[in-house]
Design a protein around this ligand. Structure first.
Ligand code: ATP
Length: 222
């Protein structure tokens, strides 16, 4: 069985560290390194090597004692585990500043993310093109998904929510209504979704709150 098809609760911090290892491994490959040891990766990131070994083991790959990991094999295993070796077709809803930033950001493209259409409720945005994607009225979302399925055989798997908090739940419900199996929520609100929909919140405000709190406490300590 492929590691990526196993359904069990995986430790989220381990999964979150994999992209960081992946970038390091790609740099190693560019330098012409064929193998890399767990200790070397651990040193690079200030981790314990036992933790790195554990993180990497969730991809199904294990290193050879005293030799390490084959760089190519590990890159392939991580990308397959993260699902970055396949295309993920997505719709984005909410073409404000954040939505635009995501549409313009090419970094996720390399990880297979393909945002094929963007939707908004503001008529002044309809017909605008952002990085090759046309902004459409939200009420065309179901028809657009259906046309994509009929004409290109593509299924929209993911919905990216970049509307304000008050609009996020109805927007997510619409996305679930067209059959998305994953919601990536940037709105600062917890969404209520069916249990078979995978869900991830990007907690921008929470992250900022932690940072400013630390900064101000440091001011006081000094
Ligand atoms: P801007 O100032 O360009 O609107 P913003 O990011 O500050 O940017 P927000 O108020 O966060 O704007 O809204 C983000 C986007 O979500 C806007 O383009 C807005 O029109 C859109 N939006 C708001 N409510 C809905 C909704 N119910 N359905 C779809 N889109 C919506």
């Amino acid at each position: 069985m492929k590691a990526s098809s196993r359904v069990r609760n995986l430790p989220t911090p381990s999964v979150q560290r994999l992209p960081v290892y992946l970038r390091f491994l790609k740099e190693a490959r560019n330098r012409g390194d064929d193998v890399v040891s767990c200790t070397r990766i651990a040193e690079e990131f200030g981790q314990r090597s036992v933790q790195v070994r554990k993180d990497l083991a969730i991809t199904g790959v294990s290193g050879r004692p005293k030799v390490g990991y084959r760089v190519d094999e590990l890159i392939e295993a991580i990308e397959s585990f993260l699902g970055w070796d396949v295309k993920t077709t997505a719709f984005l809803v909410g073409v404000g500043n954040l939505g635009r930033a995501i549409l313009n950001y090419e970094g996720f493209v390399a990880h297979g993310l393909d945002v094929v259409a963007a939707f908004d409720a503001n008529p002044t945005l309809f017909g605008q093109e952002i990085n090759g994607r046309l902004v459409r009225p939200l009420d065309q979302i179901a028809a657009t998904a259906e046309r994509l399925r009929r004409e290109e055989g593509r299924i929209v798997e993911m919905g990216i929510v970049t509307v304000p908090a008050r609009a996020a739940q109805p927007v997510a419900d619409k996305l679930v209504g067209i059959g998305v199996r994953a919601i990536w929520n940037y709105a600062p609100i917890r969404l209520d979704l069916p249990s078979d929909v995978v869900y991830e919140e990007v907690k921008l405000s929470a992250s900022f709150a932690v940072l400013t709190n630390r900064l101000r406490r440091r001011d006081v300590a000094e």
